[in-house]
Write a protein that binds this ligand. Structure first.
Ligand code: FAD
Length: 209
């Protein structure tokens, strides 16, 4: 648990706020995609990115030519949002219909990683996004490393919101009897599709299993 900080204190539906660090880490370790927001002058931009968590840092990697990574690498204020969509909540009214989710927001400024730290971070990203693959894959060469920016963002100022309640039945719903409930949603790896080589290695098959 931790004391809320003003910028990340959940105000709207605060009963959905979770302050347990373990829940934050579980969300970050399950999801694969973060939406990363920066302001380019007056205009905010939010870009989807693969990411990984290493201890109390979020790791992001991208092209050195990317506006997003140039900004992140120079310490721009950033907001990273990770969302796990768990279900569609189908209530009696459209107003009460919603979604089940677990979402995390981390704000702060990143630092650009170099040398051994950068290589370790890339290993960590690979292990999160493609577990088991690093032992088989060709490692990045000098040109690829030079073309890749790696940024670490401290997980210091953050919030988590979890929505998992049953659909609300409110007074005005009286007399209305359509089906109501929750349709679970899940991101599920499908069976691997071979493009090259023999049968998929066991670690790839295990993603599907
Ligand atoms: C899949 C999904 C679908 C959603 N759909 C809708 C929708 O259609 N309409 C709608 O109004 N809201 C929706 N929400 C909730 C939305 O994310 C906001 O929580 C809500 O709109 C309140 O915004 P606010 O700026 O008033 O929050 P505030 O409570 O004022 O935000 C204060 C701080 O709380 C934290 N915070 C707020 N929301 C979240 C969050 N979701 N996860 C983690 N930290 C958070 C942030 O650190 C933020 O800076 C959805 C959320 C998810 C994950």
């Amino acid at each position: 648990m931790r004391a809320p900080r003003p910028r990340t204190e959940v105000r709207r539906l605060p009963e959905k706020a979770v302050t347990d660090l373990a829940v934050l880490y579980a969300i970050l370790d399950e999801a694969l995609v973060a939406h990363v927001g920066i302001a380019d002058g007056e205009q905010p931009f939010v870009m989807p990115c693969g990411y990984a968590r290493s201890g109390d840092r979020l790791l992001l990697h991208g092209s050195t030519g990317s506006r997003l990574f140039r900004a992140l690498g120079s310490g721009a204020a950033a907001c990273v949002t990770v969302t796990l969509l768990d279900g569609l909540v189908v209530a009696t009214s459209l107003f009460e219909s919603s979604m089940h989710y677990r979402s995390a927001v981390v704000i702060g400024a990143g630092v650009s990683l170099t040398g051994g730290e950068k290589r370790e971070a890339l290993d960590c990203l690979s292990d999160h996004l493609l577990p088991g693959r690093r032992a088989d894959a060709r490692p990045p060469n000098r040109r690829e490393l030079a073309a890749t920016s790696v940024v670490a963002l401290p997980i210091e100022e953050w919030s988590v919101k979890v929505s998992d309640a049953a659909p609300e039945y409110v007074e005005d719903d009286a007399g209305w009897t359509p089906w109501a409930g929750v349709v679970p949603l899940r991101l599920q790896p499908g069976p691997p599709v071979t493009e090259r080589g023999g049968p998929p290695p066991s670690y790839v098959k295990s993603w599907h299993a």
